[in-house]
Design a protein around this ligand. Structure first.
Ligand SMILES: C[S@@+](CC[C@H](N)C(=O)[O-])C[C@H]1O[C@@H](n2cnc3c(N)ncnc32)[C@H](O)[C@@H]1O
Length: 300
């Protein structure tokens, strides 16, 4: 079953020669009728990881969207995001994981009278913000703004993934956002959420979005394909929100966007106490892309 599903995932989502080749390799690596082992098909996955690293470094036409502003964030993040941003004080902190050019942060710090911060984040004091991105996408605009505000108000860190930071490098935050960033791209879903929650103050929240997934309130459609798929230990499909709701010390709210180009889940993860434990996921398939196709299996 997983064989069929993986082939469908690759073939429908990535209609390119490379993706077709990847499908052929997957099929060649599996004996007829055999199911997936819980380990990734390592040689091919390494190739996909290498391709993915190149995607991060691409610029221009072949690149992905990395300049969404604050109003785009307001559209794709859960409903409470803008109000939560507006409630932050000047010593509070906001972390944007997978910030790209950091345009949303520049908008947040735009001068009074600018439309974006008035509609999202209000006109009160501005929190301190940290942007992280694998590749450095700082624009000249970012550099000018950072020079005038100083490193304490807005900081941009690059060259590493979220999982590679030690806690002291980043500190703690009241709000964490991830807009088509690490959550959409990571090869280790449970480690990513665990790390994000470890950086969150109790009472704070992660606001994120996941495209092309089995929605919380969606029936499982025969033949449907998803860019992020989860299955349990017996290979039965699991919805991302159902999995997240098994995380201790969190309150999960999910909004479903069925009428967007791809079924998209908007997710708020509130940390309510310190004993967070995220049910572990293992990667069983990864196909490079923007975003990549991923299949995870929950540990029993
Ligand atoms: C498609 S861009 C989105 C940029 C921005 N959020 C926007 O909407 O315009 C993806 C961003 O996520 C970053 N990213 C992907 N995986 C990441 C990870 N594990 N840790 C940190 N950043 C990551 C990439 O480096 C890039 O900055």
């Amino acid at each position: 079953m997983i064989v069929m599903s993986s082939v469908r995932l690759a073939a429908k989502a990535w209609n390119t020669t490379a993706a077709r080749l990847a499908v052929v390799i997957v099929m060649a690596l599996q004996s007829p009728g055999a199911g997936w082992t819980q380990e990734p098909v390592q040689p091919r996955i390494d190739e996909e990881f290498a391709k993915q690293r190149k995607i991060y470094q691409r610029r221009g036409a072949g690149s992905y969207t990395a300049n969404r502003g604050l109003l785009n964030y307001a559209e794709v993040l859960p409903t409470g995001f803008c109000d939560a941003l507006g409630r932050l004080g000047s010593s509070d902190r906001w972390l944007d994981i997978g910030a790209g050019e950091g345009q949303a942060i520049l908008d947040y710090y735009a001068p009074q009278g600018d439309a974006a911060p008035e509609k999202c984040g209000g006109s009160g004091p501005r929190a301190r913000v940290v942007a992280i991105s694998i590749e450095d996408r700082r624009s000249d605009k970012w550099k000018q703004q950072a020079a005038s505000l100083g490193d304490v108000r807005i900081r941009y860190l690059s060259g590493k993934r979220l999982s590679q930071y030690i806690p002291q490098e980043l500190g703690k935050f009241q709000i964490i956002t991830d807009v088509y960033g690490g959550f959409t791209y990571t090869e280790n879903l449970s480690r990513f959420i665990d790390k994000a929650l470890s950086l969150l103050e109790i009472g704070g929240a992660v606001y994120t979005v996941l495209p092309a997934v089995h929605l919380e309130d969606g029936a499982h459609k025969l033949g449907a394909w998803y860019k992020t798929e989860l299955v349990d230990a017996a290979s039965r499909p699991v919805k991302v929100c159902s999995w997240l709701k098994q995380t201790t010390c969190t309150k999960i709210s999910c909004e479903s966007k069925t009428d967007w180009d791809e079924p998209t889940q908007l997710i708020e993860i509130r940390k309510v106490c310190s004993g967070v434990s995220v049910p572990r996921t293992n990667l069983v398939e990864y196909i490079a892309g923007a975003p990549p196709g991923r299949r995870f299996q929950l540990e029993p």
